[in-house]
Design a binder for this molecule. Structure first.
Ligand SMILES: NC(=O)c1ccc[n+]([C@@H]2O[C@H](COP(=O)([O-])OP(=O)(O)OC[C@H]3O[C@@H](n4cnc5c(N)ncnc54)[C@H](OP(=O)(O)O)[C@@H]3O)[C@@H](O)[C@H]2O)c1
Length: 500
């Protein structure tokens, strides 16, 4: 169940937002903190009030209500009189709680009281004691929401839901980006509901995921303990589009699986506490190399590149591979063969290495140029390739140009890895591939196309490597058409332009 949480600032806005919240969520939490012209009766008459939680959050609990305690309790008491589904009162307001419990008895109200605890700093180690104290009160539901400072805090919440979720039922998840996975998984761990804001509206707590994303991309209402769990290990992970693409693929192929963003600070600690929990991972910066000692086995390509971007669990062993090289080859070969072609690769970082080994596997003749020339030499040695100093990159002939640097990447989309003079030439017969996919139409690709070059974008590399990841995990080769659709949708959602 997903609860849409809204904080309107007037009665008119409350009516408009509650309509949306109830049409999209299973329940709606109406935060009345800011509504000075509140009319609970009118709201109760207009909506299915059994599905509404009335909350009037005070400042020291992260809310916005500024009046006295008696005024704060008014709407809650009215909501009980009118038979709203739920009211929320904080664990720190013990006198108010007692008053509400006694009112509920006198009114013989069926409104359920949610006793809530918030901690915006951390997830205390004595969480169990706090929950036990809360369970001593005569309430219907207990809500415990704390801040995640480390991804392992999610397991504290999972434990609490497992241990104490009898009577009264618990609602529990974490705030902050490191707690995001609890917002997706808490229902499958036993939470009565998870909370979310509506898309496009202000967040009501840090780390929230929009309701539409929880419902339609993560499929929160379907996830149960039988689901296979995959995730992206990295730092940062926010910009990745994988959460969208892989979850859409799982849904398209009707698979009981979910893919999560895992913001990891301490890789060793993460692998120790979470390894058993996951079926597979994607790996991104800065862990592509440091993950290797945690794996039971890695394939030849990943070994050569010295970096892993995909892991699957096979029985009890973690197997690593690198699909970036497959993605790059896939992207270039859509428009040009590689065998015997002269390929100038700009960049010798993670992408540069993976692309170079992919091109070598297809027998391309490689020339590497990197700002830090020592890295170019080091990579070239492993491949038996040539190098060219960074300042001379415009002076060399080639059939295929690959940009594997960060030049041209948002927010510096006006930059270009080739000098202006390069684009004064007729480039017909040349293939230009840019690994950068944010934006998709980089300056390098746009100018090269104008001069007659055939172009291949980083989006195709993304698609190629993600297809290979999905196949590595599931054995299913996903359809290119769906992959392209999901990737473009994801990029649009992220705010980039996906036209190409
Ligand atoms: N399409 C895909 O699926 C895909 C997959 C992976 C990566 N990528 C993209 O590929 C790009 C590189 O990623 P990465 O993982 O290889 O990063 P990385 O390991 O950090 O390497 C960065 C590379 O860019 C070079 N570079 C950075 N700023 C530069 C500048 N101002 N002038 C010249 N060279 C510069 C670095 O040169 P130095 O060594 O001299 O610092 C290095 O070669 C990123 O845009 C990334 O998004 C795309």
């Amino acid at each position: 169940m997903i609860t849409a949480s809204i904080i309107p600032s007037s009665k008119k806005e409350a009516i408009c937002l509650l309509d949306k919240a109830l049409s999209k969520g299973d329940l709606a939490e109406l935060r009345v903190d800011l509504i000075s012209d509140l009319n609970i009766l009118e709201i109760g008459n207009l909506f299915d009030k059994k599905r509404v939680i009335i909350t009037n959050r005070k400042k020291d609990e992260g809310g916005l209500f500024e009046g006295n305690e008696s005024d704060r309790l008014h709407p809650l008491i009215d909501a009980m009189k009118l038979g709203f589904g739920f009211i929320d009162i904080e664990h720190s307001s013990i006198d108010s709680l007692k008053l509400l419990i006694s009112k509920k008895r006198t009114l013989k109200s069926e409104t359920k009281i949610i006793l809530s605890y918030h901690n915006f700093q951390n997830t205390p180690l004595d969480m169990k004691e706090i929950v036990l104290q809360m369970k001593d009160q005569d309430v219907d539901l207990i809500k415990v929401v704390t801040y995640a400072n480390d991804i392992s805090d999610n397991l504290i919440i999972k434990d609490i839901l497992f241990l104490f979720n009898d009577n009264p039922r618990l609602i529990s998840f974490l705030m902050g980006e490191r707690g995001e996975i609890s917002r997706v998984l808490c229902n499958s761990w036993g939470s009565f509901t998870t909370y979310a804001p509506l898309k496009g509206l202000d967040m009501t707590a840090p780390g929230q995921i929009p309701l539409e994303v929880l419902r339609d991309i993560y499929r929160v209402n379907s996830i149960d303990e039988t689901f296979d769990i995959y995730g992206l290990i990295g730092n940062p992970v926010k910009e990745s589009i994988g959460y969208y693409v892989h979850n859409k693929l799982f849904s398209y192929y009707k698979m009981d699986a979910v893919y999560l963003n895992l913001l990891v600070d301490d890789l060793g600690k993460f692998m120790k506490v979470f390894e058993d929990y996951f079926k597979g991972f994607c790996v991104t910066m800065p862990f592509k190399e440091t993950i290797i000692p945690y794996l039971g086995n890695i394939d030849q390509m990943a070994l050569k590149i010295g970096a892993v971007n995909t892991i699957k669990k096979n029985k009890n062993e973690l197997l690593g591979t690198n699909t970036d090289s497959l993605g790059a080859v896939y992207s270039i070969e859509k428009i040009s063969t590689i065998k015997d072609k002269k390929v100038l690769i700009l960049g010798a970082g993670g992408a540069g290495k993976a692309i170079a080994f992919g091109v070598a596997s297809k027998l391309g003749k490689i020339i590497i140029s990197n700002r830090d020339h020592t890295k170019a030499i080091e990579l070239a040695k492993k491949l038996g390739a040539e190098t060219i100093p960074w300042g001379d990159r415009d002076r060399v002939d080639f059939d295929i140009l690959v940009n594997a640097t960060k030049i041209g990447m948002s927010p510096e989309e006006d930059s270009c890895p080739m000098k202006d003079s390069f684009f004064e030439r007729d480039l017909s017969g040349i293939t230009v591939f840019d690994a950068v996919y944010s934006p998709i139409d980089t300056r390098l690709l746009t100018l090269s196309k104008k001069q007659g070059a055939k172009i291949a974008s980083g989006l195709d590399m993304y698609i190629g490597q993600a297809m290979a990841q999905f196949e590595f995990w599931t054995g299913i080769t996903p359809s290119y058409k769906e992959m392209e659709r999901f990737s473009k949708e994801a990029i649009l959602l992220r705010g980039d332009k996906a036209e190409n």
